[in-house]
Design a protein around this ligand. Structure first.
Ligand code: UDX
Ligand code: ADP
Length: 480
């Protein structure tokens, strides 16, 4: 029986391994993590991450051929294929700070693999890493190998949160990069055989190591670029009276452009986009490609600009101050159908409003109160660390309360900011909400999911990203 061990039971490792176990009943899959609470949660009815369909997959194979364990070394030693899916946050200090990936967790995982291995292994890079990481990892493994043969593969993950299980069941493609040696090709074939249990052969792409590593960064950079492009367009739409949804629809009909990923928003979030672009920027700089680095930096800059623009709209609409005013924040996750808040635009928006002394009442259907408070009170660099290395969060911020439903959040507030496109926000009783708010009552839709006409009929002053401005907002000072 082939044995797979995955180091890191996070958003990538957990769902990916659960699906491999489901689709390959004859393969034993063990997911290990040094953060014990996560392992306990994976073994309970309350999984540590919220992902539609995941519960079902885990229930079908946990205890049969899928196991979660904190016994990292034992299971790594026994495995034929070791996936590494540990955190790769952006470096906060030293060379490449703010851009380069911090490979500390990767390196320590690699050293541990070399230490405990007694048989040949295929080691698979799953977490996004800078191009040429495989080479560095290979060196660590071979210099500590004690005669054991390690083959390193890059098999980047393209799943998106909220649709992870569907993405894993029906991937657009599976990418496997390896050495162009006979041993490297044999290792590629072994991993290909795993995916071939359910992925059609033509969807499994095999490349050299560097192409696989770079493709992952490139895919995320291209996706993020599309969002920044449409967000940049949204500012122009507001200035000219065009409607960004109409523009997106019109350009998306061009088959060369296509309709997906053209929704203007308060900004992109998630654990990958920003991190991967910064990585790309760093690699460009290291290779003397300053112009190319600057090109990609723009994508991140526009994303920051979009959040600032949103905060400025809120503040300027409310007579240029939100000091002491209650503002309801609907949605904190970086997108719907996930409880993940990494790099969520809500953090920047809330911090911006708190900077202007607003009083925030936050509701998100999936993000727990402690998470929101941790996100708002912790330094950005700390949020990227593995949970066991994060400092204990300082006491809750006084101007922030987290509540259990949207009606409580909005009651008595001056304005509502919609920051995640949760479906339930579309069907709230906005007449009731309006009645319970201060007047004038504002809605700032950062996701373009509200029925603007209906809200205006009720009496709300509404701002929607990239849409023709409400008469009220037209008279306000320019925001930029
Ligand atoms: C992304 C990639 O899609 C995935 O392939 C990769 O493996 C990991 O990074 P994820 O971060 O889970 O996945 O979410 P994604 O759906 O890509 O959304 C990222 C951000 O962009 C979210 O904040 C989302 O709200 C925002 N977004 C997306 C927009 O603002 N507009 C869009 O049109 C699409
Ligand atoms: P991703 O989104 O890439 O899956 P996560 O942060 O959700 O990232 O998960 C990474 C996991 O890796 C964390 O649960 C962390 O505890 C775990 N981890 C980090 N270093 C190690 C290590 N050396 N051994 C085992 N697990 C590790």
């Amino acid at each position: 029986m082939v044995k797979i061990c995955c180091i890191g039971a996070g958003y990538v490792g957990g769902p990916t391994m659960a699906v491999i176990a489901l689709k390959c009943p004859k393969i034993e899959v063990v997911v290990v993590d040094i953060f014990e609470p996560r392992i306990i949660a994976w073994n309970s009815d309350q999984l540590p991450i919220y992902e539609p369909g995941l519960d079902d997959v885990v229930k079908q194979c946990r205890g049969k051929n899928l196991f979660f364990s904190k016994d990292v070394e034992k299971h790594v030693a026994e495995a034929d294929i070791v996936f590494v899916s540990v955190n790769t946050p952006t470096k906060t200090q030293g060379l490449g700070a703010g851009k380069a990936a911090d490979l500390t967790y990767w390196e320590s995982a690699a050293r541990m693999i070399a230490d405990v291995s007694k048989s040949d292994k295929i080691v698979v890079e799953k977490s996004t890493v800078p191009v040429k990481t495989a080479e560095a990892i290979e060196k660590i493994l071979t210099h500590n190998s004690k005669g054991i043969n390690f083959q390193i593969l890059s098999n980047p993950e393209f799943l998106a949160e909220g649709t992870a299980i569907q993405d894993l069941f029906k991937p657009d493609r599976v990418l496997i990069g390896g050495r162009e040696t006979p041993e490297g090709q044999k290792a590629i074939q072994a991993l290909k055989d795993v995916y071939a249990h359910w992925v059609p052969a033509e969807r499994i792409i095999c490349t050299n190591l560097w192409s696989a590593e770079l493709s992952k960064l490139a895919a995320n950079a291209f996706l993020a670029q599309r969002i920044s492009s449409v967000n940049a367009m949204s500012a122009l739409c507001e200035a000219t009276g065009a409607d960004v949804s109409q523009v997106s629809h019109a350009i998306g009909k061009d088959t060369r452009i296509g309709p997906k990923f053209l929704n203007a928003s308060v900004g992109f979030g998630g654990s990958c986009f920003q991190k991967d672009i910064l990585n790309l920027v760093y690699i460009c700089e290291c290779n003397g490609l300053a112009e190319v680095a600057n090109y990609w930096k723009q994508v991140v800059q526009v994303n920051e600009y979009q959040k600032t623009r949103f905060v400025n709209r809120v503040v300027s609409s409310m007579f240029n101050t939100v000091s002491g005013k209650k503002i309801a924040i609907l949605g904190f996750a970086f997108k719907k159908d996930t409880g993940d808040t990494r790099e969520t635009p809500a953090i920047g928006v809330c911090q911006g409003l708190l900077g202007d002394k607003a009083i925030l009442s936050i509701y998100d259907p999936q993000v727990p109160q402690e998470q929101i408070q941790r996100d708002l009170s912790m330094h950005k660099s700390e949020l990227d660390k593995p949970p066991h290395l994060r400092p204990v969060s300082p006491i809750a911020i006084e101007q922030v309360t987290c509540v259990r439903d949207a009606y409580e959040a909005t009651k008595g507030s001056h304005g509502i900011c919609v920051l995640t496109e949760w479906d339930e926000f579309k069907t709230l009783d906005y007449q009731k909400i309006y009645n319970d708010m201060q007047k004038p009552a504002f809605v700032f839709d950062g996701r373009n999911v509200m029925d603007v006409d209906k809200l205006r009929q009720i009496g709300f002053i509404v701002y929607s990203i990239g849409k023709p401005l409400d008469a009220w907002l037209k008279d306000m000072p320019a925001v930029a």
